[in-house]
Design a protein around this ligand. Structure first.
Ligand SMILES: [Zn+2]
Length: 109
């Protein structure tokens, strides 16, 4: 009885999975068709060049941001441990030494 129940559940599961796979396939085919339609429509209107330019600029900006963040992450701990090249979070005044307070505005750093 227990085995029958489990088998029935497994059968139902595989049916659901099959339904999901078929629906996913249909959905992706429809989506692909739409993308091709939109792409050809854009190519007809000469928007693709413009879009590619935007994308290239966006990618360059993203790459620059990632490099900047990596540099900050690489440099920041060293600067902190050395106790130099810190900046006040309030007035952005450069701090030399290991003082806990900013010499310019007196804020705790
Ligand atoms: Zn300050």
């Amino acid at each position: 009885m227990l085995v029958d129940c489990r088998n029935w559940k497994g059968y139902e599961m595989s049916l659901t999975i099959r339904k999901v796979v078929v629906l996913g396939l249909i959905g992706s085919i429809l989506l692909l068709g739409n993308i091709l339609l939109v792409a050809s429509w854009l190519a007809e209107r000469g928007v693709v060049d413009w879009a590619q330019g935007i994308r290239a600029e966006y990618l360059t900006g993203t790459a620059v941001t990632i490099i900047a963040v990596l540099l900050i992450l690489l440099v920041s701990p060293r600067a902190r441990s050395a106790g130099v090249l810190r900046r006040c979070p309030v007035c952005d005044h450069g701090l030399v030494g290991r003082g806990r307070y900013c010499g310019e505005c007196g804020s705790r750093v």
